[in-house]
Ligand binder design. Structure first.
Ligand SMILES: [Ca+2]
Length: 417
């Protein structure tokens, strides 16, 4: 099923495909404002693949012929409104025969056209493989890259994968770091422009002890008086490698369960991902404005800026005990510090999709010559100023401390196109 998509003339087709994908459900394209009974359409569609013996992508024409016959019969029996016929047919004719994780090959030809086709396996692709494609025309951008139907539709959309609750953070640009006049800022927060070309899913909560034990079998380090035991309490005393191992294990669980497309994976967030998610669209010092009280986040000591003084608990609490930010993400300010995947570099990494995970040569050495990863967000033992969205600290990756935990993100890495 080869589909040639003009790079310029078919922008509307691509836009429609993008809309279809951003709706999150291929089925959404099979309903229509003119078709009043959208539930009937959804029910009917879900039965078509089985009724038409749709076991392979190799026979789309026969499949569509069967669908047409079924629609006709349903209309005759009064089970389907004639207005629903076209929406269903339009979708079915462009479908991958009901297979949810078909593979599309997206290839930019020498003449500037995108050539897309559906295959059974990524191994059959000579161009870019888009494993979560639902149809050829809905798989590729006009540049021959993959669109994803796994994206959320709007900031804060929810999804649960491998038991981890996630919030959607859409692609976008933001100013990373703090302005010169932000109180208590530090020199390593000099602002840079960042563009994130792909949206990602951020864990709504810090990694909990319960989830870590479920996935890895045991906690990574000791509990302390300040890091008490509790399945909803955050993990602490976890080094960088252990945090990455947990993310990798979640990726395997997600793939094995069919909940995670093969081109997506769990990771620690980059600093850019972390700050973008912490800000949740805000440009103020925190997601709650230019001040912060310990009624809003679990930190100790001084409130930040003009906020009223609150309690200093001096220990970790169950995740989600404080209000979420605008995208439904909890404890980005306070409770535990959170590992990021970047090497610490004094100058913030700006630009497009910055990722210093492998940029060891760019890392800023500590006074003793060692190198650090980044930790973010403040914790139960520090003042409110450390909870600012732009605040950043370093920590050597092989070390652990009870006030340092992490959260995971689900991303579609750049190497998967
Ligand atoms: Ca935190």
């Amino acid at each position: 099923m080869d589909v040639r998509v003009g790079a310029n003339c078919c922008r509307s087709t691509i836009a429609a495909a993008a809309l279809l994908l951003s709706a999150g459900l291929a089925g959404a394209a099979c309903t229509s404002r003119r078709c009043s009974d959208t539930q009937a359409v959804a029910r009917f569609r879900s039965s078509l693949a089985a009724e038409c013996n749709c076991t392979s992508t190799a026979s789309p024409k026969r499949y569509v012929r069967c669908v047409k016959w079924r629609i006709k019969a349903a209309m005759k029996a009064g089970d389907l409104s004639p207005a629903c016929r076209k929406p269903i047919l339009r979708c079915e004719a462009d479908s991958t025969c009901g297979l949810p994780n078909a593979v599309a090959c997206c290839r930019l030809s020498g003449t500037g056209h995108v050539k897309a086709r559906i295959v059974k396996s990524a191994a059959d692709c000579r161009g870019t493989a888009c494993p979560s494609a639902r149809s050829a025309s809905a798989a590729c951008t006009s540049e021959g890259e993959c669109l994803s139907d796994y994206d959320g539709t709007r900031a804060g959309d929810s999804r649960t994968v491998a038991g981890i609750e996630l919030a959607w953070c859409p692609a976008g640009s933001f100013m990373m770091g703090s302005p010169d006049d932000e109180p208590e800022r530090r020199a390593d927060e000099r602002q840079v422009n960042v563009t994130l070309t792909r949206g990602f899913w951020m864990a709504k909560y810090e990694t909990t002890q319960g989830d870590f034990k479920r996935v890895m079998g045991a906690l990574p380090g000791d509990l302390t008086a300040e890091l008490p035991e509790g399945d909803r309490n955050p993990v602490g005393n976890v080094n960088f490698t252990e945090a990455e191992s947990y993310a990798a294990a979640l990726t395997r669980l997600g793939h094995d369960a069919g909940e995670l497309p093969v081109d997506w994976e769990f990771r620690l967030p980059t600093e850019a991902h972390w700050e973008y998610a912490a800000r949740a669209g805000t440009t103020t010092a925190t997601a709650f404005g230019n001040s912060l009280t310990s009624y809003q986040a679990n930190f100790a000591g001084r409130s930040y800026d003009t906020a009223e003084q609150g309690p200093s608990l001096g220990h970790a609490v169950a995740v989600g005990s404080y209000p979420p930010n605008a995208w439904g993400i909890y404890d980005m300010h306070g409770n535990t510090y959170e590992w990021c995947r970047d090497w610490y570099r004094q100058a913030l990494p700006g630009g497009t999709d910055p990722d210093l995970h492998d940029a060891i040569d760019a890392a800023t050495p500590n006074p003793d010559g060692s190198l650090s990863r980044v930790r973010r967000g403040g914790g139960w033992g520090d003042d409110g100023c450390a909870c600012r969205s732009a605040s950043r600290l370093r920590f050597e990756p092989d070390r652990r401390y009870d006030h340092i935990g992490f959260r995971v993100a689900v991303v579609r890495p750049q190497h998967s196109r």
